[in-house]
Design a protein around this ligand. Structure first.
Ligand code: HEC
Length: 137
């Protein structure tokens, strides 16, 4: 009898924790799974210059904000998450040269984890025009 109740309790516990986990996921995922934190960070930190859509194209002084949508961003950065993370955190382009102001360097303001969440969200944004052929820079 003891064994039977033991099993029952364990089963009940598992059910309860599964339910709790499910409730949590439904709460945070409005769009695709895992993009909600990045979307919130993007909208509060980046959209002012890169637009809600990620299309960029705003004139900011002498610079124009970049199009951050797929697949152009990944193509420019040779499909390297590490290079895109460096662009966000250190303001460096795919060659390691400085991105134009006013693109901020986010290191110190965003953690690597937060930048990673933004990157996951950026990858869901579609579609940039055909991959840029950078004429001069
Ligand atoms: C104050 C305006 C501003 C804000 C805020 C801003 N950016 Fe930018 N960003 C720019 C500009 C301007 C460029 C283009 C720089 C260049 O062409 O050298 C740029 C370029 C970039 C690039 C390089 C794209 C490429 O094609 O080389 C990435 C990646 C980027 N921004 C990501 C972000 C992210 C992520 C955020 C939010 C955490 C953000 N930016 C916030 C202005 C901004």
């Amino acid at each position: 009898m003891r064994g039977f109740f033991g099993t029952l309790t364990a089963a009940a516990l598992i059910t309860a924790s599964t339910l709790a986990a499910t409730a949590q996921t439904t709460q945070t995922t409005q769009t695709a799974p895992g993009t909600a934190p990045g979307k919130a960070l993007y909208l509060s930190h980046c959209a002012v210059c890169h637009q809600d859509s990620g299309a960029g194209g705003l004139k900011l002084g002498t610079a124009v904000s970049a199009d951050l949508r797929s697949p152009g961003l990944e193509t420019t950065y040779r499909n390297s998450d590490a290079l895109i993370m460096r662009a966000i955190l250190e303001g460096k382009d795919e060659e390691g040269g400085p991105l134009d102001a006013p693109m901020p360097h986010w290191k110190g303001q965003l953690t690597e984890q937060q930048a990673g969440q933004i990157l996951i969200y950026l990858k869901t944004l579609c579609c940039s025009a055909a991959p840029e052929t950078k004429s001069e820079d």
